[in-house]
Every structure is written in C-alpha cells, then in structure tokens.
Design a protein. Structure first.
Length: 246
C-alpha cells in the first residue's frame, strides 16, 4: 500500500510540474517563456519546486533574487546600430536600448571614426543619442513605416585639440558659451522596418533603415550671427541601419 501511494503521489507531482512549467508565461512575473527569459526564471523554477515540496509559497528571498536578475537583464542592449555621417564621424557603430509603453523611446551609444583629412591624425568620436518615434504604421508582410523620428544627441571628439572651456591663448569671449569638446545636435527623420518571420530569424528580429536631417549648436549660432548662412547650409544628411536583436 505504501508503495502504491508513493507511486501515485510521484505521478501526480510529475504531471503537475510538466503542466505548470510548460505554460507560455511565468506565474511569478508574467514574462513569456518564449521571450528568452530562461536564465532569469531558472532560479524561480528551482525555488518553486523546492518550496512546493515543502507545501509553501516562494520566500521573500526567492522573489528578491528574481527581481534582481530581471533588473540586470534590462541593461542588456536590444539593438545594434551603424550610422553614416551625422556630425558624429564618417562611420559610427554602437548599441541601443528601447523602452516605453509602446517601445517609442530609444537610447543609443555609438563610437565613430573620423578620418584624418587635413589634420595630423584620425580621430575617434563618441555619441549619446536619444530617439523618439511617435507612431509606427504596419503595411504588410512584416513591413512597417515610421513616418517621423526626432531626437537629440551629444557628440564629443577625443583629442587634445578640443577643449571644454576657452584656453587662455584666445581673447575673452572669443568662443562665447560654446566649447569645441561637446556638440549638441538635433535631428528629424523617417524609417522603414522589416520584421523577419520567426522561422527565418538567426541573429536579428528586424532590420530598420533610416535617414536623418541634423544640425548642431555651432551651425545654429552661425545661422543667427551670419546673414549669408541659410537653412540649407546648416543641415546635414545621415543614413543608418538598426538591427533589433530581440
């Protein structure tokens, strides 16, 4: 009788475990199991199995560890970006994060290459960029259009030729309110996105091509101070690709 009862209990426990953890969502945080959360949920699964054996709920420690892992997961970049021109170097590469209720906000960090041209050496640039995409229009077969994207970004060039405050060798107020170390840029543009079918994804979820028209604080000052400078003189065109990883 004891053997029969033990066998029945083990069979019921095995069936309950398979039904509970094969579901599409996690009972603790609601995250999709198919969304790549296995690493964060492994601890919860082990903890749940252990606490179920004791007939109790997850402990406060288990829940804290789960939250801790999910918070660190949010720091993983979800995008890679390559951009040509745009006052950030001839070619820039970087990573990005998306967030917001409808994923309409993006933060990009890029490093660019600036050829030597007429200077003594080539240079490296760094850009911190914030994008806002108000809406996206789905077309058909995975294609979508984002008719407007706007944003702000800060760019710096590494090298002793650029400074934060005016050196003493220049007359007072020779470069009023502006340094050569950091440029503040604004832009507006448009995007086209292709979402890859699930059975054809290998490294990326979607690919987005975009263009941007941008200008910086230095050009805007020239527009105000110099009557010969027009709007066409201060705006530049940049092209780019964004790869959505997951």
């Amino acid at each position: 009788m004891r053997s029969l009862a033990f066998s029945l209990l083990m069979g019921a426990a095995t069936a309950a475990g398979a039904a509970g953890w094969d579901a599409d969502t996690c009972a603790v945080c609601g995250a999709g199991a198919a969304a790549g959360r296995e690493g964060a949920h492994a601890v919860v699964g082990d903890a749940a199995a252990d606490t179920s054996a004791r007939g109790s709920l997850l402990t406060r420690y288990d829940r804290r560890v789960h939250r801790y892992r999910l918070q660190w997961q949010s720091l993983i970049p979800t995008q890679t970006v390559v951009q040509f021109a745009g006052n950030m170097g001839l070619l820039s590469f970087g990573v990005g994060w998306e967030y917001g209720r409808h994923k309409q906000w993006e933060t990009h960090m890029l490093f660019g290459f600036l050829p030597r041209y007429g200077s003594d050496r080539a240079k490296v640039t760094m850009t911190l960029k914030e994008n806002f995409i108000p809406w996206s229009i789905y077309l058909n077969r995975g294609w979508a259009v984002e008719p407007l994207s706007v944003g702000l970004y800060f760019n710096t060039v590494f090298g002793p030729e650029f400074w934060r405050s005016q050196p003493a060798r220049y007359p007072d107020s020779y470069y009023p309110f502006l340094s050569t170390k950091v440029r503040v840029n604004v832009f507006a543009g448009q995007r086209v996105e292709l979402v890859l079918p699930s059975n054809r994804r290998k490294f990326v979820k979607s690919i987005t091509a975009f263009y941007e028209l941008s200008t910086c604080d230095l050009y805007l000052r020239a527009l105000v101070q110099d009557g010969s400078v027009s709007l066409c003189d201060i705006f530049g065109l940049s092209l780019g690709l964004k790869f959505q990883l997951f």
